[in-house]
Ligand binder design. Structure first.
Ligand SMILES: [Zn+2]
Length: 256
C-alpha cells in the first residue's frame, strides 16, 4: 500500500472466522493480520477494505467487546469478525438482532435463473426477473422480507440490506445444495406446489379439467395434473418429474 505522509495511519489487527475467509485474499485467510488504515476509520469502513459484504457478518468484536459498525477504531485495535448463521452459538454476544424471517422467501439476482427454478421446484417462494436492477432487488427484499441471493459481492455491500447471501457455488446443483444447507431448508420442502416458470402456486387438476391444455398421449399416460393459472401451464409427473424427484431425495438425504 502507498502511504500518504500527510495522513495519520493506524495499525488494525483483523481475524475473520469460518466462511468469511472465502472473501479474503489468500495471505489473510484463517489467521490474524495487520492493515494500516487512514484515520478516522470506522469498523464498517475497515471491514469494507477486506471485501466482505456487511450482510454476511453477524458479529463484530473490537478487543473482545461487541461493537457496532460505526465504532471508531484506534491504533492497535483487534477486530474479530464472525459470519451470519455460524454454527457456534454467539447469540448472547450479539448487539444487533435481525428479525427472524417467519417464512423463507427469496429474491434472486439476474444470474441465478436456473437456481430459481430449482428453489421453486422445492416449493420456495423465489422472485426472479433477469431485468431486476440492484436497487429494485433491495427494495423488494426489504418490503417483502425476502432473502437476497446473489453472486455479486458489490450488491451485498449496500448498508440497506438486512438479509442477503453471497452464493459461493458456480454450478446450479451445488448452488441448490449450498442454499438448502445454509438456510436449513430440508424440513420445509414442498415439492411441486409452485410453478417453476412464474413462482405462482399450482392447483391440482383432474384429467378432464386439462383436456384442452395437454396433448392426447400425455392425457392417456397420466392422471394427476397441476395447473398454473398465471401462465396457463400444466405439470404432470413425467420423466422430468422423476429426475427432479431423485435430485430432491438426494438433497433431503444429504448429511449437512
Ligand atoms: Zn406459472
Amino acid at each position: 500500500m502507498k502511504l500518504d505522509s500527510n495522513r495519520i495511519y493506524i495499525d488494525i489487527i483483523f481475524r475473520c472466522y469460518a466462511e468469511l475467509n472465502d472473501f479474503l485474499a489468500d495471505k489473510w485467510k484463517y489467521k490474524s493480520f495487520v492493515l494500516k488504515l487512514r484515520t478516522p476509520v470506522f469498523v464498517s469502513e475497515a471491514i469494507a477494505t477486506l471485501g466482505i459484504p456487511l450482510s454476511e457478518i453477524d458479529l463484530i468484536l473490537v478487543n473482545g467487546n461487541p461493537a457496532e459498525r460505526w465504532h471508531k477504531l484506534e491504533n492497535g485495535d483487534y477486530i474479530s469478525v464472525y459470519p451470519t448463521f455460524e454454527t457456534f452459538d454467539i447469540s448472547s454476544l450479539k448487539t444487533t438482532y435481525k428479525e427472524a424471517l417467519r417464512k423463507t422467501r427469496f429474491i434472486a439476482d439476474a444470474h441465478l435463473g436456473k437456481l430459481t427454478k430449482y428453489l421453486r421446484m422445492l416449493g420456495f417462494d423465489t422472485l426472479y426477473r433477469n431485468d431486476f436492477g440492484d436497487e429494485e432487488i433491495i427494495n423488494i427484499s426489504l418490503r417483502e422480507n425476502r432473502i437476497i441471493l446473489t453472486r455479486d459481492k458489490m450488491l451485498l455491500n449496500s448498508k440497506r440490506i438486512t438479509h442477503g447471501y453471497y452464493i459461493r457455488a458456480i454450478h446450479k446443483h451445488n448452488q441448490l445444495i449450498e442454499i438448502v444447507n445454509k438456510f436449513d431448508l430440508k424440513s420445509q420442502f414442498k415439492p411441486f406446489t409452485r410453478c417453476m416458470t412464474c413462482n405462482a402456486l399450482l392447483v391440482p387438476k383432474t384429467r378432464d379439467q386439462v383436456t384442452d391444455l395437454v396433448d392426447k398421449d400425455t392425457l392417456t399416460c397420466f392422471n394427476e395434473f397441476y395447473y398454473c393459472a398465471t401462465c396457463n401451464k400444466v405439470y404432470w409427473k413425467g420423466s422430468h418429474f422423476k429426475r427432479m424427484k431423485s435430485l430432491i431425495s438426494d438433497i433431503a438425504g444429504m448429511k449437512k
